[in-house]
Structures are given as structure tokens and as C-alpha cells.
Ligand binder design. Structure first.
Ligand code: PEP
Length: 251
């Protein structure tokens, strides 16, 4: 069975002190509510080690925001999948639109990153989604299909036990504009149909597909109520314990 998941992407926010404070606040808040989903947070790489220690006895799991595809070597400033493993991180976000736009991550690089993460037994939260111009021109299904076909849809069926998909329309990320629950459901159903036609129904039914793009406590419940929406990847609203808890308890 697929899991419901709420994952927070902290991006380049929160220094060491703020990381500790936010995790402590979340640990406390989550002890007081009933939780019906997996909960992940994704601090900056410099704070991953402390985040793992601070969540040792908590429901919260820790994901990295990125990793390099190579095993090791002369890649100044980068971290490898094995290094994430070494500090106890079990999941990694790959393909976020900010990585694609600002750091030139394309389908080829992402395919290599996915392979390296899988070799190191990391769970992957794989992000993709169309630009505003793609949606306006009616090309959003084609764009999403090509982003998936050029990367994860060439994996073998067994790999899908370690992959979570995150549909994030770029026009909805950090803009305050959210896809309507119907738009999210329509795309998620399409994504699942691609999984069905590639791998069959039993694989497809077990893949969690998250929605990302300006999810807040006020709209989470409606979005998460859709059949093929299995949770959210949350940016801005994951930076406040009360907001993030409000989204988690939408399940
Ligand atoms: C994101 O960056 O993955 C994201 C969904 O951001 P926000 O929730 O702020 O739109």
C-alpha cells in the first residue's frame, strides 16, 4: 500500500540554532496530535547530522535536498549519496525545479543522481512539473510525461519501492498560487496512468504521488482528499511548526 506523506523542504533557510528550535517545536507539536501520514523534513546539508540526532525518538524522518551523482572525487562543494547514508539520512529530494532552473540539472544528470541514490539505498522524492507557459499552451501533460519518461520511467519495477513522486507545477511554487484540487487530481491520475501502462497496476497503485505548490493549512485538506494525491511537498509553510503541523493533521 502506498503511504500518505507530508514532506517539508526547508531550502536555504534556518541556521543551526533555528534548525534545532524548529525541530524541537515540531517534535513537541506532533506529540500532541494524531498523525496519519509519514512526516519528513529537509534541512540544509550542513544541519542534516544534527537533524538526524534531534529526530531519533520522533516520528519525523530526515531527507536531504540534493546530492551529487558521483561516488566521490573532485566535485568541490558537493556531497554524495554514501555521505548521506553515513550520517543516517535515508531519503533525498531530487529534481526540484530550483535545482533544474538555477543549477542546470537536466534529465541526464537526474537519471544519474537517481541511479546513485538507489545504489545507496536512499528513498528518492522525485520532483517534476510544468512551467506556466506549458500549462497556458495546454502542453502540461506532454511536459510531465517527457520529464518522467526521460528519467524514472526507465527504471525497473523493483526500484519503485524506493521512489516517491512529487508533482510540483512551477507556477505554483512559492507564488501563493495553488493548483486547484481538481487540477492536482487530473495530473496525478495521469501520472498514475503512465505508471500503469509502464509497470502494471500493482506497481502503480503502490507509488505515493505528492503535490507541491503553495500548500497551506487552509487548503491541504481539500487537496489531500483527492484520490490520487498522497500528500504534499511543502516549502514556505514547512518553516513554521504550527503551519506544518496544520498540514500534517489535514490527513
Ligand atoms: C517547494 O519548493 O517544493 C514548494 C512546494 O514550495 P511552496 O510550498 O513554498 O510553494
Amino acid at each position: 500500500m502506498r503511504n500518505n506523506i507530508v514532506a517539508g523542504n526547508w531550502k536555504m533557510n534556518n541556521d543551526a540554532t533555528q534548525t534545532t528550535e524548529l525541530i524541537n517545536d515540531l517534535n513537541k507539536a506532533l506529540e500532541e496530535v494524531s498523525i496519519n501520514c509519514r512526516v519528513l523534513i529537509s534541512p540544509t546539508s550542513i544541519n542534516l547530522t544534527s537533524a538526524v540526532a534531534l529526530t531519533e525518538d520522533s516520528v519525523i524522518e530526515v531527507a536531504a535536498q540534493n546530492m551529487h551523482q558521483a561516488k566521490n572525487g573532485a566535485f568541490t562543494g558537493e556531497i554524495s549519496a554514501a555521505m548521506l547514508n553515513d550520517v543516517g539520512v535515508k531519503s533525498v529530494i531530487l529534481g526540484h525545479s530550483e535545482r533544474r532552473t538555477y543549477f542546470g540539472e537536466n534529465d541526464q544528470i537526474l537519471t544519474e543522481k537517481v541511479a546513485s541514490a538507489l545504489e545507496n539505498n536512499l528513498e528518492i522524492i522525485f520532483c517534476f512539473g510544468e512551467l506556466l507557459q506549458d500549462r497556458k499552451s495546454g502542453n502540461h501533460f506532454k511536459v510531465v510525461e517527457s520529464q518522467l519518461k526521460n528519467t524514472v520511467l526507465s527504471l525497473n519495477a523493483a526500484s519503485w519501492e524506493h521512489i516517491v513522486l512529487a508533482y510540483e507545477p512551477v507556477w505554483a511554487i512559492g507564488t501563493g498560487e495553488t493548483a486547484s484540487p481538481e487540477q492536482a487530481q487530473e495530473m496525478h491520475a495521469y501520472i498514475r496512468s503512465l505508471l500503469v501502462s509502464t509497470y502494471g497496476i500493482s506497481v502503480a497503485e503502490n507509488v505515493s504521488i505528492l503535490y507541491g505548490g503553495s500548500v497551506k493549512p487552509t487548503n491541504a485538506k481539500e487537496i489531500f482528499s483527492k484520490e490520487d494525491v498522497d500528500g504534499g511537498l511543502i516549502g514556505g509553510a514547512s518553516l513554521k511548526a504550527t503551519d506544518f503541523t496544520g498540514i500534517i493533521t489535514a490527513f
